[in-house]
Structure formats: structure tokens, C-alpha cells
Design a protein around this ligand. Structure first.
Ligand code: SAH
Length: 255
């Protein structure tokens, strides 16, 4: 069953999620920024229940791993049919304009780690089709035959692709035009500049005998900007030597 969380207007950025747990959606994406944007049709979300594409009488979606070992593997035929259903639905004749050009991404710990640059690139496209794994993962043949791109959230193992899909969509939706109140607020965030973000403060002016750094209440915008830049650089150097190295290399090139 294909369930639309909001009408897929042709102009909206469109996400289709292939999952064994459609009830996990929209989940966190139904609230706050993403939820409002979904309601406002800035983006559209539909789920496809992979189990609907199981053809045997027990509706099996998984089977034991070839070669033995623990766990179960999602079947290539079932997953392949679910994928083809999604892409087939939008293809009408040979008209290239009617083709579904959205990338097909399998959330997987073997994938390329998700970055803010990839998030931005996805937000610039027409949308995404996400495949959520369960058990030990998906039969390799379907990943190859359907040219699936693999993306990882990080070097740890989740119980399924759904929380990863929710996270990826959260990151992409927040940078879609019109989602953040002030578009600028996304631009000096951690990673957008290649550096971690500087620390934030707000009222009260004194809390547990601690004051806000004086420069921030000085009214001198140039000094504030310099202080923030220095803090960003210091934090990145101390916490993320990998990012710091990259930042230094890139700023040397532009000098
Ligand atoms: N046996 C696999 C892990 C399977 S976990 C391995 O060792 O590589 C089950 C599913 O959770 C995966 O198919 C994938 O869709 C999802 N998943 C687990 N960890 C993930 C991560 N770090 N990033 C994205 N998806 C992940």
C-alpha cells in the first residue's frame, strides 16, 4: 500500500520511503519545522510498504543468508518489485520529462557518510527515494541491479534504516527554500562554513554568577564577528582536527 502523508504536488520536493514499518512515518517529520513544511506542501512524503510486494503465500520479505550465518536478509525479488513500483508509477511512455529522476538511496552503515554538502545537493534536486533495511540488510544483487547509492549516518549500527531515513529527511527539509523562517539562519551553522559553530548565549545576563562574554553585549558588530570566528576556529581545532585540517588547506588555497 502506498500511503501519502501529504498530496504530492508536482512542484514539491518529494520523498518516497520504502519500508517494512510505514507507521514510523511521518514520525518526527510530522512536527515542528518539517511538519509545518509538509502541511504547507513545500515537500511531500509517501511510504511504500515493502511487504506488499511479497508474492508467496506467507508474504515473506526475508530469508536465511546464503552461505549460512546469523540473521535474515531482505529478498532481492521483493525489494526489486517495490523499487520498480515506485519508479514505474511515474514513467509514462518515453517522455523524459515524465521520468522519475530522483536518486535511489539505501541507508546503510557501508555507505558514504552523510555530509551537509550532500544534504544541500539533495535539497537542490527533485526529491529522493529511500530504501530502509532491516535484519542483516538487503540482497546485494538488487543494490547492484538498481544502481542504489548507499549513505551512512555514521560508524554505528542502527536496528533499521527508518531512523536514518527520518534523520536524512530532517536535514534536507530544513534547508528547502521557505522552511526556515529566516533563510540566513542556516548559513553560518556548523559545517556550512567548514567550521564548528561558535557558542551561543541569551538572557539572563547573569546566570549562576556567570556573565555573557562582554564582547557580545558591546554592540560592536565587527568585534562580535571577529570573536565568533576565533571561537569557531578554536573549537574546530580542539574538537575536530579532521575538519580543521581541511579548513586550513582550503583557506591556504584561496589566499
Ligand atoms: N548487517 C549490517 C547491519 C544491518 S542493520 C552490517 O553489519 O553492515 C539493519 C539496517 O539498518 C541496515 O540495512 C540499514 O538500512 C540500517 N542501518 C544500520 N546502521 C546504519 C547506519 N549507520 N546508517 C544508515 N543506516 C543504517
Amino acid at each position: 500500500m502506498v500511503r501519502k502523508m501529504a498530496d504530492t504536488g508536482s512542484k514539491s520536493w518529494a520523498a518516497t520511503v520504502l519500508t517494512l514499518y510505514p507507521d514510523m512515518f511521518p514520525g518526527t517529520l510530522g512536527q515542528s519545522l518539517a511538519g509545518k513544511a509538509l502541511h504547507d506542501k513545500i515537500w511531500a512524503l509517501e511510504t511504500v510498504d515493502i511487504r506488499d510486494f511479497a508474492r508467496d503465500k506467507h508474504r515473506n520479505v526475508d530469508d536465511t543468508p546464503a552461505g549460512g550465518g546469523a540473521g535474515m536478509v531482505m529478498r532481492a525479488d521483493v525489494v526489486g518489485n517495490a523499487i520498480d513500483h515506485v519508479y514505474g508509477a511515474k514513467v509514462s511512455g518515453d517522455d523524459p520529462d515524465k521520468m522519475d529522476k530522483r536518486p535511489l538511496i539505501y541507508l546503510s552503515p557501508r555507505g558514504k557518510p552523510l555530509t551537509q554538502a550532500r544534504v544541500r545537493a539533495l535539497s537542490d534536486g527533485p526529491g529522493v527515494v529511500l530504501l530502509c533495511g532491516r535484519f542483516e540488510g538487503v540482497d546485494e544483487r538488487v543494490l547492484e541491479a538498481r544502481q542504489v547509492e548507499e549513505i551512512s549516518l555514521g560508524d554505528y549500527i542502527l536496528s533499521g534504516g527508518e531512523p536514518a531515513a527520518l534523520t536524512l529527511l530532517d536535514a534536507v527539509v530544513r534547508v528547502l527554500p521557505g522552511v526556515m523562517g529566516k533563510q540566513a539562519s542556516g548559513e553560518d551553522e556548523s559545517f556550512e562554513t567548514g567550521l564548528l559553530e561558535y557558542p551561543h548565549y541569551t538572557r539572563p545576563a547573569i546566570w549562576e554568577e556567570q556573565e555573557i562574554p562582554a564582547v557580545l553585549t558591546s554592540g560592536n558588530h565587527k568585534k562580535v564577528a571577529e570573536w565568533r570566528q576565533a571561537q569557531s576556529e578554536e573549537l574546530t581545532r580542539a574538537r575536530r582536527p579532521d575538519l580543521w585540517e581541511k579548513f586550513r588547506k582550503e583557506s591556504r588555497q584561496t589566499d
